[in-house]
Design a protein around this ligand. Structure first.
Ligand code: SAH
Ligand code: F3S
Length: 468
């Protein structure tokens, strides 16, 4: 018998495949989806195996040094792949592309595309260019025009989750928290037109999405640059009227741009889920002042108090940084006291990481030793875990509402979903119930999730509206 011929991988009949890795925040997850959508329109498929890919894209994060280190080592593993298959194309997108483009050229010459936070949607066109002309393309333009943000014309059929979706409503941040790289990588606040956001929500809802989470680095000032659009509350009020949308969420809310009146308006909108992510960062006024957070610990407590007063059933989550320059044992004790007193349902805790060119990097010495940072990190996480576990255990035996979203990653007999307060629940249910709301009795609770049994499930998708 002669050799069996198999179609070569570049035959037009076999679609080219992209392997995509993303790091960092929810916006990065969505940005990666936007790019995969653009490629899908051109007939590209996906692969989980970098060695099988025709194109590898890495959407990067610069918020801590560790996130950047992971990207450097990943890029190193792609070198032999490219050597074996010179037709392989590699792209670095997002915050690191914006921040260290020169270094990428030097340390990773096998990278073909370097596209920053305003340019990453150009993958398809730039790839064509590289194929035609060879060489590499580097784009790190600052956003040229607020009407051409990289969110336009999203391919909504390409989504990780069928029944919930992220929608970016603004990019960038006008604050300059001393530790934060985001204003450098993502630039000034720029809001999308409300009509564009609502049109995207309508298309997503028509495609089965019931829960929409609006994203922005400092979302409470959405629309500051578009004074006629009605701000975040106006956007939520209009989005709540989109047929098929049951649940709305948004993040990140910073304490300094939150008002009591906004809380009242969130509380008056039943479709706005009672969950607010409000990073505290520290409980010490001295540290907060050095961080340029412009609020005190007392003001943070007040903001949480407004939420609890005006948003029925609200759950607040937070971020903390330990080991910021000059943080003493006494400062840290104040942070721990804030965490223990506010008893938030969940908090992320990060060790301070120096980010080049930030105010803190330029003016403050990174003087808290690594082992002290580690010990404070652990102490805060332990304290938070105890609070989270108690909060979850308090729900044992009660009935919560869950939007059954996707198969549980840990138990094939279960579907995972979220309560209105954004707690993760693994429910005994089969995949045929995806997209339904269910009333669920909580049977087990750990610090990070709940397990439960169905009491009642919507008879057909969208037969109920979410209640809180
Ligand atoms: N408002 C932004 C914040 C991005 S960074 C958003 O939500 O998109 C997310 C969190 O990372 C911050 O709230 C902060 O707690 C932490 N963080 C930011 N810069 C940091 C740094 N240099 N070192 C350690 N943690 C940091
Ligand atoms: Fe960063 Fe502070 Fe803005 S944490 S994203 S500079 S509000």
């Amino acid at each position: 018998m002669g050799p069996v011929s198999t179609p070569s991988s570049d035959a037009p009949s076999s679609p080219r495949r992209v392997h995509l890795v993303h790091f960092g925040c929810q916006m990065n997850e969505l940005d990666a989806e936007l790019v995969v959508g653009d490629l899908a329109r051109r007939g590209w498929g996906r692969t989980d195996d970098a060695a099988q890919a025709d194109l590898i894209l890495v959407n990067t994060c610069s918020v801590r040094e560790h996130a950047e280190e992971k990207v450097w080592s990943l890029l190193g593993t792609y070198k032999p792949l490219k050597k074996r298959r010179p037709a392989l194309r590699i792209g670095v997108l997002g915050c690191m592309a914006q921040r260290v483009k020169g270094e990428i050229a030097r340390r990773a010459p096998h990278v073909d595309l370097v596209l920053g936070t305003s340019s990453f949607r150009r993958v398809v066109e730039d790839l064509d260019d590289v194929e035609r002309r060879g060489g590499r393309i580097v784009r790190t333009d600052r956003r040229p025009d607020p009407d051409s943000l990289p969110d336009a014309d999203r391919e909504i059929s390409v989504r990780e989750h069928r029944h919930r979706a992220y929608v970016t409503v603004m990019r960038g941040c006008d604050h300059v928290c001393a530790y934060c790289i985001v204003p450098f990588t993502r630039g000034r606040e720029t809001s999308r037109r409300k009509a564009d956001v609502l049109a995207e929500v309508e298309r997503l809802a028509a495609d089965g999405v019931r829960e929409v989470t609006f994203l922005g680095q400092n979302i409470n000032t959405y629309g500051k640059d578009r004074p006629d659009e009605g701000g975040l509350c106006g956007l939520l009020e209009d989005a709540a009227r989109v047929p098929g949308v049951d649940r709305l969420r948004f993040l990140t809310s910073n304490p300094f741009d939150m008002t009591e009146d906004m809380m009242r308006r969130f509380g008056a909108l039943p479709k706005v889920m009672p969950w607010l992510h409000i990073p505290a960062q520290s409980g010490s006024d001295r540290v907060l002042a050095r961080m340029k957070r412009t609020y005190t610990a007392a003001q943070y407590r007040e903001v949480v108090g407004w939420a609890r007063r005006h948003v029925p059933g609200v759950e607040v989550t937070s971020d903390f940084i330990v080991g910021f320059p000059g943080e003493t044992d006494e400062d840290f004790a104040l942070t721990k006291a804030l965490l223990e007193e506010t008893r938030l349902v969940q908090a992320y805790v990060f060790k301070y990481s120096v980010r080049p060119n930030t105010l803190a990097a330029r003016t403050l010495e990174d003087d808290v030793p690594e082992e002290v940072k580690r010990a404070r990190n652990l102490a805060l996480l332990e304290a938070q875990d105890a609070i989270s576990e108690a909060a979850n255990r308090a729900l044992l035996g009660t009935v919560v509402e869950v939007l059954l979203d996707e198969p549980s990653k840990t138990d094939p007999a279960r579907m995972s979903g979220r309560t209105p307060g954004n707690r993760l629940v693994h429910v005994l249910a089969g995949g045929e119930l995806a997209g339904r709301l269910a009333r669920v009795r909580v049977t087990d609770a750990t610090a990070h999730s709940l397990r439960g049994e169905r009491v009642e499930v919507e008879p057909a998708p969208r037969a109920w509206t979410s209640s809180r």
